[in-house]
Design a protein around this ligand. Sequence first.
Ligand SMILES: NC(=O)c1ccc[n+]([C@@H]2O[C@H](COP(=O)([O-])OP(=O)(O)OC[C@H]3O[C@@H](n4cnc5c(N)ncnc54)[C@H](O)[C@@H]3O)[C@@H](O)[C@H]2O)c1
Length: 247
Amino acid sequence: MEMLKGKVALITGSGRGIGRAIALKFAREGADVISLDIDIQSARETTREVESLGRKAQSYSCDISNFETTQEVLKAAIEHFGKLDILVNNAGITKDNLLLRMTEEEWDLVLKVNLKGVFNVTKSVLRQMLKQKSGKIINIASVIGIMGNVGQANYAASKAGLIAFTKSLAKEVASRNINVNAIAPGYIQTRMTESLSEDIKKQMLSMIPLSRFGAPEDVANCALFLASSLSDYITGQVIVVDGGLVM
Ligand SMILES: NC(=O)c1ccc[n+]([C@@H]2O[C@H](COP(=O)([O-])OP(=O)(O)OC[C@H]3O[C@@H](n4cnc5c(N)ncnc54)[C@H](O)[C@@H]3O)[C@@H](O)[C@H]2O)c1
């Protein structure tokens, strides 16, 4: 049986990596998919794959850090599908540097995409979910937002902020039957992590009890659970998907 039959899901940053894996997993489980990405070519590719699975799909070019653009794009997307059941706030970036060397631009950009971007997108769709009196919101945070990391003060702050945002919103909308949860992935093999040096990768691997890096599919499996009715009694939680790195 398809777990998301008849649902409409919006996934930000679904052009590649974890976002694309979530889009395809949801489509295989019966959902129609709205793909939002700053890189429209990659979002279109995801849309083609979703359609090849027999689902409806639309892709939109959108920089989620821009409030006005996000509002306009999501208004059009919701009008097109007539409803929205699931939102996955997945788009995120890193601009790593030791704090002493970190520029104001590096700080601002990461906070603007990873945190304000989530505010922009969520605000654009929340009214629709409130009207429907149902919804699932899934925020992709990070273990770095829980444990911190050298050279990632901006990223860690954005992801810790996202966890606090998740809990606050969960309390605000629980009475309207909207669940808000976060996933904190550990080291997942995507373009975001491929640039790390072999030394750092080796060191990370030695800290993971399950002795392997995660795949985007591992995060998508958890997102599917949180998007489905199996998690109806779960809200305001952070599920760590990291092979046991943080425990
Ligand atoms: N890869 C990991 O190990 C890991 C670990 C923990 C958390 N995460 C989080 O998971 C999410 C996805 O990461 P990933 O590894 O798939 O990254 P990725 O870099 O492979 O993909 C990110 C996607 O977001 C899009 N994007 C970037 N800025 C955007 C913007 N301003 N507006 C719209 N779209 C934008 C990119 O074009 C890209 O398609 C991120 O939030 C990241 O912080 C990743």
